[in-house]
Design a protein around this ligand. Structure first.
Ligand SMILES: *Cc1c(COP(=O)(O)O)cnc(C)c1O
Length: 345
């Protein structure tokens, strides 16, 4: 069987999750009458400490709708230069909301309050209006690095002092929660809006939940309708989400252990440099220095040997652990990678 470390989105529903989906009570979600969707939204609102929440098909749509609600065309969004909103959403902020993204550098996918203060523009008819800031928890392309609570608080304080809105892309918020022991509501308290992905470590087939104030969610619901995201008997999907929140949160610790073990095993190889050196959650990013062949060649050769790991560039690969990966598979993937790297050296 293939060892699929390409992404934590690659999980298939467990038998218990299918059972929860099959037995979910359903209704017309578009009319607010799907009881399971409503239960999921109440659950996520409570977990994130927000007034209300909205079930959406994807995390990308959560970000787009947040931009549409918070921004006017010509507004500027401040985000890290490696953020998913900038790198991997097809320019959605610009295409739909007319917002431009101002990239900030910084180690571990993070920037600090000083950088934000320097970047936020003074109101002027010449400048775009600085409108909101995005914090990505965990930072995907920084190897799942966690934004510490005090740094979120400091950035949010600086943002509020400048009248900026704070939005959290919490695709992997629960990885941060489980690893750090900080409650989800505490991470979210400094943020105006936040969303969690059900299809990453939580292991659902479809879905994400956006949360914020009742006024924000009311506006988000209008944009959901306009974007074609309003659904019908979506309780079958929300049932998977509730099941995941009950059963798949604590177990993220196992993914973190597997990622650390994978990192430890592969870092013993002289061709491998971990980036960052110490993966905090379930994402392992590493560079390969080879005489012959690139990271893309390594990725292709891995696939021939039954291991799927994506190349981010000619020298960089990214592996993610998740629900469908055991510790034995982690070790086996590391062994196969080592032998392929030997061939390329
Ligand atoms: C996966 C991801 C998204 C997009 O979520 P989808 O549900 O795949 O649309 C956004 N931000 C981050 C940080 C992600 O990892």
């Amino acid at each position: 069987m293939e060892i699929n470390l390409y992404s934590d989105t690659q999980t298939k529903p467990t038998a218990a999750m299918y059972a929860a989906m099959a037995s979910a009570a359903v209704g017309d979600e578009q009319h607010g009458r799907d009881p399971t969707v409503n239960a999921l939204c109440e659950r996520v609102a409570a977990l994130t400490g927000k007034q209300a929440a909205l079930f959406l098909p994807t995390g990308t749509m959560c970000n787009v709708i947040a931009f549409l609600v918070h921004c006017r065309p010509g507004d500027e969004v401040i985000a890290h230069e490696t953020s998913h909103v900038l790198m991997s959403e097809g320019g959605g902020a610009a295409a739909f909301a007319g917002a431009l993204i101002r990239p900030l550098p910084g180690a571990q996918g993070r920037f600090d309050a000083g950088q934000l203060v320097a970047a936020a523009r003074q109101p002027s008819r010449y400048s775009p209006r600085s409108r909101m800031v995005v914090i990505e928890q965990t930072a995907n392309f920084a190897g799942g690095a966690i934004w510490p609570l005090d740094q979120i608080q400091a950035v949010a304080d600086a943002a509020y002092a400048r009248g900026l809105i704070v939005h959290m892309d919490g695709a992997r918020l629960f990885n941060a929660v489980v690893r750090s022991g900080v409650a989800a509501a505490d991470f979210c308290a400094p943020c105006d809006s936040v969303w969690i992905d059900l299809t990453k470590g939580l292991g659902c087939p479809v879905g994400a939940v956006l949360a914020g104030s009742s006024g924000f969610i009311e506006n988000a619901r209008v944009w959901k309708q306009r974007c074609g995201g309003a659904m019908r008997q979506a309780g079958v999907l929300a049932g998977a989400g509730l099941h995941a929140l009950d059963h798949h949160v604590e177990r993220l610790a196992a993914d973190h252990r597997n990622a650390r073990e994978f990192a430890r095993l592969i870092s013993a190889h002289p061709a491998v440099t971990l980036a960052p050196p110490d993966p905090e959650t379930n994402i392992v990013i590493f560079d390969v220095g080879l005489r012959r062949g690139s990271a893309r060649d390594v990725s292709a050769r891995l696939l021939e040997r039954g291991v799927r790991i994506g190349a981010l560039s000619d020298s960089r690969l990214r592996a993610l652990t998740h629900l469908d990966i055991t510790s034995d598979q982690t070790a086996e993937a590391a062994t196969i990678l080592g032998s392929i790297l030997d061939d390329f050296r």
